[in-house]
Design a protein around this ligand. Structure first.
Ligand code: PRT
Ligand code: MG
Length: 217
């Protein structure tokens, strides 16, 4: 029997992060016992009795790791920027789930002249911290409108002049008659580890970090 102090818990979100993290685990010879995309289980055992996976919302991964409910996790840089990083280490850029955080406006809108005219720009986004920092740096006054999804709709129905959202293929913007006008940041997912786990479970956690790093080079 493995004692709980001898188990590493890894927090992952379903979808692209899980998909792109599995090859790292496979490279370590680790397989998941259940398929999280099919099973309703939220705690998934692996072929290594010392490692289990918990399935959480992408934006909740840092919370679980920070508070010690998970030892290690994979989270997008977008999520980490919005989260307060106290007690979290970010030892590796896994270069997975890559995309860009961008400003977009309706097709035909002259963004530069809107900015120059100096009126308050209404910006709808889930990424309030990143957006605030970006526009403050540019010296642009903004009204930030916090949304939890489907940001692309906001400029189409007059809720906002612009959005700040993640873009990968650009198809979502295109389908909604929007155009990216500014890149804020390149985004990829990071391996995150709690300060506590790094200290108290060092012998279990460090080999996992090392194995992830070996797959990267
Ligand atoms: O869905 P949920 O609300 O649970 O959370 P989430 O949307 O944050 O999770 P998920 O699994 O969709 O995304 C997890 C992580 O993947 C994000 O935190 C990003 O770091 C990363 N990632 C990479 C992306 C994208 N690419 C991406 N394209 N996350 C979201 N998108 C969305 C984007 O918001 C937009 O709506 O896809 C749409 C644009 O895609 P294109 O290809 O049309 O440009
Ligand atoms: Mg999503």
């Amino acid at each position: 029997m493995v004692k709980s102090g001898d188990i590493v818990t890894m927090a992952l979100s379903k979808g692209r992060i899980l998909e792109d993290t599995l090859p790292f685990l496979e490279n370590m010879g680790i397989e998941l016992i259940d398929d999280p995309e099919k099973s309703r289980k939220l705690i998934i055992e692996t072929s290594d009795p010392r490692l289990r996976i918990i399935i959480v919302r992408a934006s909740d991964v840092p919370t679980y790791v920070q508070r010690g409910a998970a030892d290690i996790g994979v989270a997008g840089k977008d999520v980490l920027v919005e989260h307060d990083g106290d007690g979290l280490f970010e030892p590796l850029d896994l270069k997975i789930a890559q995309c860009k955080l961008m400003v977009a406006v309706r097709e035909g809108v002259d963004y530069d002249s809107v900015i120059r005219t100096g009126g308050r720009l209404r910006v709808a986004t889930k990424y309030v911290k990143a957006a605030r920092t970006h526009f403050a740096r540019k010296g642009v006054h903004v009204d930030l409108i916090k949304l939890y999804g489907s940001m692309e709709l906001a400029p189409l129905v007059g809720l906002a002049d612009a959005i700040v959202d993640l873009v990968s293929s650009g198809k979502t913007l295109q389908a909604n008659n929007l155009r990216a006008v500014e890149e804020i940041q390149q985004i990829s997912s990071r391996l995150i580890v709690s300060a506590a786990a790094l200290k108290l479970k060092h012998d279990l956690v460090q080999p996992i970090i090392d194995a992830f790093e070996r797959k990267l080079v």
